[in-house]
Design a protein around this ligand. Structure first.
Ligand SMILES: [Fe+2]
Ligand SMILES: [Fe+2]
Length: 198
């Protein structure tokens, strides 16, 4: 009888924890991991396809998604992580990796699919991102440390989601403006101008 009472107490303690942290309480991590999986899938497709048009489309998706992902991490998740954990090393290394990826993204966005360095840039970006994602998701990495901290991951998840939607809208509008200003693309994989050099 006494044993059953203890079990009930433990169960109710567990459900209180679940209410506080479970079911969506991992919202921020789930959202960021979802972005990682999406980009990984596009990189894999880029590697397989022989169509220049498809490569261009995939690279554009990758660059856009990574830009938005890096922005929401830098604006919302990374500062909250730093404040909660005071793990300067982990935070700064992640920020420096973002800088490296952003430079390469800018190169890819400024070049066309028939640029002889195009595939190499996307492949190197894929390797950089793979390394960075591994760092964020490893057992003692940023996401694991965030879960162990006092960060309100559910609240952060909502903020990340809202900012992501806003940035995706801005990206789409910017692309429309660039296309109508330049008339730059006659169709998939048929760039008007060629860009050379790293
Ligand atoms: Fe990330
Ligand atoms: Fe990151």
């Amino acid at each position: 009888m006494a044993k059953r009472k203890k079990t009930t107490r433990e169960a109710s303690k567990r459900s209180a924890v679940t209410r506080r942290r479970g079911n969506g309480a991992q919202g921020a991590i789930a959202l960021l991991k979802g972005d990682h999986r999406q980009v990984e899938s596009w990189f894999a497709q880029f590697e397989k396809t022989r169509s220049e048009g498809r490569k261009l489309e995939l690279a554009r998706n990758i660059c856009k998604a990574l830009t938005v992902h890096a922005t929401i991490e830098e604006e919302i998740f990374y500062p909250a992580f730093l404040e909660a954990t005071e793990d300067v090393k982990l935070h700064h290394e992640a920020a420096v990796e973002h800088d490296g990826a952003k430079k390469l993204i800018a190169k890819i966005e400024a070049s066309s699919a028939d640029d002889e360095y195009y595939d190499a840039r996307v492949t190197v970006l894929s390797e950089m991102v793979k390394h960075h994602v591994k760092e964020e998701e490893r057992r003692d990495g940023m996401f694991a440390r965030a879960r162990q901290s006092e960060m309100d991951l559910q609240e952060l998840g909502k903020r990340l989601e809202a900012r992501k939607a806003e940035l995706m809208g801005e990206e789409a509008a910017g692309r429309g403006r660039r296309a109508s200003r330049n008339g730059a693309w006659r169709g998939r994989g048929q760039p008007v101008e060629r860009s050379r050099g790293m």
